[in-house]
Design a protein around this ligand. Structure first.
Ligand SMILES: [Zn+2]
Ligand SMILES: [Zn+2]
Length: 193
């Protein structure tokens, strides 16, 4: 009888408190003039999704070595390669938040990029405000941050229409999907399969 009650209570707990996605110590690093409100929102929201401490570093300058003068943009891959060399605690993931526009060699711009092998990812604020008020801008920021962190946890792109791991290139693509993991992606990173 007692076991039955414990089991029922355990089930109720599991239903009302879905397990956070994954234990991941995370450092959010603002590059350039990132609004304090953006950082506060990211820390609050990411710590709901991921367990483990979500720290915010002091602001760093945008890295000169990643600046592409001819394109007037930052090279996302160069930025990640640079940040992978910064000292950090073992296992800690880095999410760079760059107050700039970013690109890749083969793409005219990117909203974000992840380098899972190095545990580093970046989200660029430069285009998130296009045709958006503060609410939509913040939703895009959280969506892109969750997407890149999903890659850091080993997730590939997902075809589910509302899944945050769906590929998005434009802000319209970002708006069309949700900012949460679908059940399958969530199970994947939580080890609940
Ligand atoms: Zn992606
Ligand atoms: Zn998914």
């Amino acid at each position: 009888m007692r076991i039955g009650i414990v089991a029922v209570l355990g089930l109720l707990f599991a239903v009302s408190h879905p397990r956070p996605v994954a234990e991941v110590p995370l450092q959010v690093v603002p590059l350039g003039d990132v609004p304090a409100a953006d950082l506060a929102l990211l820390r609050r929201d990411l710590s709901r999704t991921f367990t483990g401490p979500v720290q915010a570093s002091p602001q760093r300058p945008l890295p000169r070595e990643a600046w592409l003068k001819n394109r007037q943009q930052y090279d996302a891959a160069a930025m990640l390669a640079e940040s992978a060399r910064w000292p950090r605690s073992p296992g800690e993931k880095l999410l760079l938040v760059a107050a700039a526009d970013g690109c890749r060699q083969d793409l005219s711009y990117v909203l974000g990029l992840a380098q899972p092998a190095d545990g580093v990812a970046v989200v660029f604020l430069g285009r998130l405000g296009v045709d958006a008020g503060p609410e939509r801008y913040h939703r895009r920021l959280l969506t892109e941050a969750h997407h890149e962190l999903g890659h850091l946890l080993g997730l590939p792109h997902c075809d589910a229409p509302r899944c945050v791991m769906r590929y998005s290139h434009t802000v319209a693509d970002s708006d069309a999907k949700g900012s949460a993991f679908c059940a399958r992606c969530r199970a994947e990173v939580s080890g609940e399969r």
